[in-house]
Design a protein. Sequence first.
Length: 366
Amino acid sequence: MVSAIFLVTALVSVCSVASYSVNDRFAEWIKIFDIKLENEAHRDHVFSNWLENDKYIQDVNSQNKTYVLDHNQFSGMNYDEFSSYLGYSNGLFSRRENIKNKIDEVKCLTQCVKDYDKTHKLQTISCVKECLDENKVESLATSINWVEKGAVTPVKNQGQCGSCWSFSTTGALEGAYYVAHGKLDSFSEQQLVSCDNRKNGGRDMGCNGGLMDNAFNWIEKNGGLCLEDDYPYTSGTTKSAGTCETSCPVVSDSDIKSYVDVKANSDDDMMAALNKQPVSIAIQADQKDFQLYKSGVFTGSCGTKLDHGVLVVGYGSEGGSDYYLVKNSWGTTWGDKGYIKLGRGSEFNNGAGQCGMLMQGSYPIV
C-alpha cells in the first residue's frame, strides 16, 4: 500500500514538473519574442498553437534532417494566422512569357538607343547585349554570396502587412544598384506599398499582395525610388498601405532600364543570373517547416503554390547538400538571422526548385 502511494505521488510529481517546464518555456518564449497577449482567451489560443508547434519541432528535429526547426515569432500561430504574413499575389496578373519578353526586349533596346549620345560606344554595346541576354556567364562560380560582397542591406521586417513583394523588389534594386555604382543604398519599401497601386498608375495592392515584375515596371515609370530614410516603412505596424507621398527625392540613377525574367525551372540559368547580381524570386512559404525553420539546408516538404516574395543572394554547399541562400523579410529572429538555405537541385518539385523558387525569378537592369 505504501509502495502504491509512493508510486502515485512520484507520478504526480513528474507530471507537475513536466507541466511546469512547458509553461516555463512558453513564458520564456513570450518574453524573448515580445508576444502581446490581449486577454486570457487569447493567451489560451496562443498557448494551444505554441504547444502544437513545440511538439512538431521536437518530432522533426529528432529525425536528423538536413535542417533544424526552432521557436520564433510565429510559434503561437496556426496556419491561417501565419499565412497572413505572406503577400505574393501569383494570381494578380499572369507572368509574362515569350511575347511579353519580346516587348520588353524592344523597350530595353530603345532605351539603349536613347542613351547612345550620353554614353560611350562600349557602354551602348554592353547595354544591347544585356537586353538580348547575351552577357552569358561562361563559367559559373562554385559558390557566390552577395552578402559577403557587400551588395545586400541588413534583413528587414515587413511586419503585419502582406508586402513581401516590395521587400524582394527593393532588395533586387539594391543589389543591381551596388553592382552598377559600387554603392549600397537602402531603398524605400513604403513608397512601393503606398504608391504602386491602380490609383497611382501601378498594378500592385499594398498590404494585400503584389508582384515584383509589376513593381519593377512602376519604378521604371517613376524614374527610380527614394531612400528608406526619406520614406520609412510604417505599414508593418499600421497594417495598411497608407497615402502615397510624393515629396521624397528619388535617388539618382536608381531608375530601371528594364528587367530580366530568369528562364524557369533551370538551376543553371538561376546560378548564371546570381553570378551577375541578387535575384527576386517567388516561393511557397506556408508550410509548417518553413514557418519554424531555424538553420541548415531546407529540404523538407515544400510545394509550388507561390505565395511569398523573397530575394536569393547566393548559392553554395553545406554538409554535402547544395543550397541557395535566400534573404527573407521577417526580421532577424526568424530562420538563420533572417536567412534560409533552400535545397538546390533538379530533384526538387520536378525541376521547379525547392518551394518553387525556380519558377519566377527576375532582376532589374539599372
